[in-house]
Structures are given as structure tokens and as C-alpha cells.
Design a protein around this ligand. Sequence first.
Ligand SMILES: NCc1[nH]cc(CCC(=O)O)c1CC(=O)O
Length: 326
Amino acid sequence: MTRPLRLGTRRSALATTQSSWVADLLRRGGSPVELVEITTRGDVDRAPLAQIGGTGVFVSALRDALLAGEVDLAVHSLKDLPTSAADGLALAAVPGREDPRDVLVAAGGATLADLPRGARVGTGSPRRRALLLALRPDLDVVAVRGNVDTRIGFATGGELDAVVLAAAGLARTGRLHEASELFAPEVFVPAPGQGALAVECRADDAEVLAALAALDVPAVRWAVAAERQVLASLEAGCSAPVGAHAAGGVLHVAVEDPDGALVRRAVPAAGLDDEGAARRLGASVAADLLEHELAQTPVAVGGGAQENHPQDRPVDGPRPDPESGS
Ligand SMILES: NCc1[nH]cc(CCC(=O)O)c1CC(=O)O
């Protein structure tokens, strides 16, 4: 290959770290790579993510650049990818997964159990909010948005008692030691695809497809396929409170029921070795949940379900970076 592959990346610390990691893997495989910076609406617009299209806004600008031929590949956090396939693009590689867990970052190294009654804990993710309140109903969960650095600052600066983040974001940027607790994924079920990356290219670009095939780790691909199918089958948007995590031969699912209570499921997931098997497993767990746990129950006038959802009080970050979704 003569010309370098152009890898489109967002500018945040996490995005450039992830992109550089993939670029290095490709270079080690003999493919020259250059990084091309892409600015997304989510990077410049300070409006709440939900208003400007959810975490999908970070993905769509990179996809547009791919389809326009401005770049040849793009690296996404897999959990930020919409579950629907993108026309003209291929999910060419799902490389090795980083730590999929969620972590607590609290001043003084406090764990969740150490936090005082009514402690203020920051997260912008409805899933993390639901999981936190299931474990500690007394907590005051505060909506926060901002990059990893900003959100850690809320806890270390004393503005909040703690924040919840993805271990992967900390690990990839060399900050995992700042976590005060690593949550067990069976209990604090991670977002579908958390810790994994998605490498996309044009579906008809045989040269890039071939280079990326070497980065694919099938066991990770099938695990995240099952996790994402749970989300897709539940017809949940990217910010819905759904956790799904496949590891050690078990698929764990956690989802909020219409009354605001957390429902968990654990089903065998050994031997997932193709996309069809992975999807069937995810779809069957979702169907079972929809039939037995998530059927709409009549809500009393006055909206009883709302009582479990005290209003978020936003804390403004200096940057509108995205690392605040699920
Ligand atoms: N939604 C933002 C986002 N997308 C991916 C990561 C971290 C890396 C990963 O989960 O793969 C984060 C930050 C976070 O959730 O704390």
C-alpha cells in the first residue's frame, strides 16, 4: 500500500487515544496511517446531548466524512454507535476490549458504601442513574456533562461527592488509578458495547477492509453483538436505561421497568460464535423481558412512576464534550 490510510478522529483526549491505538495496530501490521481531525456538532454545541441528537452526533460527522471519501476509516466507542447499520459502511473490526466496568471516582477514595446519606453523585447516563438509585436510593443523582477530565474534577474539586465513569475511558487515558471503586459488572451492568471499539470503513473499500480484518477479535464482536441486540430489541434509544454485558459465558441485562424499578436477568451465553447466534440470544432475552417484566402497567393519575425520578440538577461543564452518555 502506497498512500497512508486516513483515520478520521474527534479531538477529545479519549477519541485521539483510541484512534492512535488503532493506528498503531495498523502500522504494526504494515499499513501506514495518518490521523485526520473531524469536528462534530457535539464538540461545538453546548446544548444538552438529547436535544442535538444524542451520542449519535459524534458518530454521524465521522460517518459523513467516510462516505464523502475524506477519510478511509473511523474509530468509535462502540457503545456510542446507533444499533442500526449505516448504509454504505461496514463495521470492519471490533478490536480487543478494554475494561468494560463502570467506576466510582470520589474524593478521598470513598466507595459507594462509604458515601454519606444523600451524597451528590454525578452522571449524565439514565442507566447509571437507575443502577445507582437501585443500590443507594438515598443518593442525590446530579446530571453532569463534560469530558472525562471535567467530570473527575466535579468529584475531586468538591462540587460533588462522586461521579460514575467508564473504566475504559480512564484506562485508555492512563487514569484508572483515580477510580475509588470498580463496580462488579453483574450488579452494575455496563452499557452494551462499553469498553469496546468499532472501526468503520466504506463497505466497498476492499483494501481497507482487508487491513482492518487483522484487528478484529471475534469473541468481542459476538459478545457486543448480543449486548447490542438486547438494546435494539427493547427498541431503546442510545440513552435509555439498559445495561447489557456478556462475559464468562453469561449475558447480564439490567433495565428499568415502567414503575422505575430495576429488573435484572442473567442467561447462559457460552459459545457465541457467529452474529446470528449472538443476535438470537439478545433478542430472546429482550422478548422475555418485554413479555414478563416490562409490560405497561396502568399508571395512576398523578404519575406514580415519576416519584422515583427526582429532577436532575444540571452542573455545567466548561466544555460540551460528549463523554457523558451511557
Ligand atoms: N458516552 C460517552 C463515552 N463513550 C465511551 C466512553 C468511554 C469508553 C467506553 O466506554 O468504551 C465514554 C465515557 C464514559 O462513559 O465515561
